[in-house]
Design a protein around this ligand. Structure first.
Ligand SMILES: NC(=O)c1ccc[n+]([C@@H]2O[C@H](COP(=O)([O-])OP(=O)(O)OC[C@H]3O[C@@H](n4cnc5c(N)ncnc54)[C@H](OP(=O)(O)O)[C@@H]3O)[C@@H](O)[C@H]2O)c1
Length: 279
């Protein structure tokens, strides 16, 4: 399959590129300076030149706090950019997969969010991502929207990805004990994104590692346990203690109603997948 991957320098994109190459795909991996998804003309030109079978959009404005003060920048990438990609995919008849987020939900549901739950974002980042979902599906009915959550991976720079390095260096970390989610290994997500591109069944999917989910503190304690790090380095805090510009959903665990019905096995349990990552 010829797969075009956007935002190629990002954490998930790198996992997607690695996986696609490992199974023999021809990949066109484009970094922001090679393809700015907010530029509709450039998107269409490149798509018409490359003619991929599938597009996997990993590009996004991902600075959740920054989006509160840079609303236009976030909207241009997460909403307009996704629409540009969907429209250009339609023009060349390519499958289109785009990644969305658990932050489209308000986090007031203590259980798992499924596709039956109505999104109600509480941050501008979440709003812009939801708008991207809606626009993609409006302009190209074949769009596949993949909501994922709490992603960590190789070379990732977010808290979940670097926690083990901080603990290994003997640094104290503050881990929120009262925010819950479903961790997702970028490598596992990459495999599913590629499967969905091939399956080509348009829908909204929820893709995370299996299990009951955890809190940030729970994740940190599991990292410490698996690597034998000093658990006293983990300082338990409440989400409200960290004065961050953007509100986060308190509980945004995701579960999928349709993946198994389409013959897709659950991703590995999050603890098992984390253990593999830490090796
Ligand atoms: N990380 C998580 O926990 C998480 C959770 C749920 C959903 N997601 C979603 O998963 C997807 C991948 O996230 P990630 O964690 O891999 O993020 P990431 O590491 O921040 O990667 C995003 C990439 O998008 C690029 N980008 C930004 N604006 C662009 C533009 N206009 N045109 C082209 N590329 C652009 C960035 O380039 P620069 O580096 O040059 O800015 C960056 O390489 C995103 O859709 C995100 O919303 C992430």
């Amino acid at each position: 399959m010829k797969v075009l991957i956007t935002g190629a320098n990002g954490m998930v994109a790198r996992a997607v590129i690695k996986h696609c190459r490992s199974i023999g795909d021809q990949t066109i991996a484009l970094m922001r300076r090679e393809l700015d998804i907010a530029d509709a003309k450039q998107v269409e030109e490149i798509f018409r030149r490359e003619l991929p079978d599938a597009v996997i959009n990993c590009a996004a404005y991902t600075d959740v706090d920054g989006a509160e003060s840079n609303r236009e920048a976030s909207f241009q990438v997460n909403a307009v950019g996704v629409e540009n990609l969907a429209l250009a995919s339609k023009k060349i008849d390519a499958a289109f997969v785009t990644i969305s987020t658990d932050y489209v939900f308000d986090g007031l549901n203590a259980g798992f969010y499924t596709q039956k739950d109505t999104p109600n974002p509480i941050s501008f980042y979440g709003e812009s991502k939801l708008e991207g979902e809606i626009r993609a599906r409006n302009v190209y009915a074949r769009s596949i929207v993949v909501r994922s959550s709490w992603i960590y991976g190789e070379d990732g720079t977010n808290f979940l990805s670097v926690m083990h390095q901080l603990l290994a260096a003997g640094k104290t970390i503050k881990a929120i004990s009262d925010a819950y989610g479903t961790p997702t290994n970028a490598g596992d997500l990459a495999v599913r994104l590629r499967e969905l591109a091939e399956l080509d069944l348009p829908a909204v999917y929820h893709v995370t590692n299996a299990g009951d989910g955890t809190s940030y503190e729970g994740f940190a304690r599991k990292v410490a346990e698996l690597k034998n790090f000093n658990p006293n380095l983990i300082q338990s805090v409440s989400g409200t203690d960290l004065q961050r510009p953007a509100p986060r959903p308190v509980s945004s665990k995701l579960a999928c109603l349709i993946s198994e019905k389409f013959g897709l096995a659950s991703l590995p349990n999050w603890e098992e997948s984390l253990a593999g990552f830490l090796k």
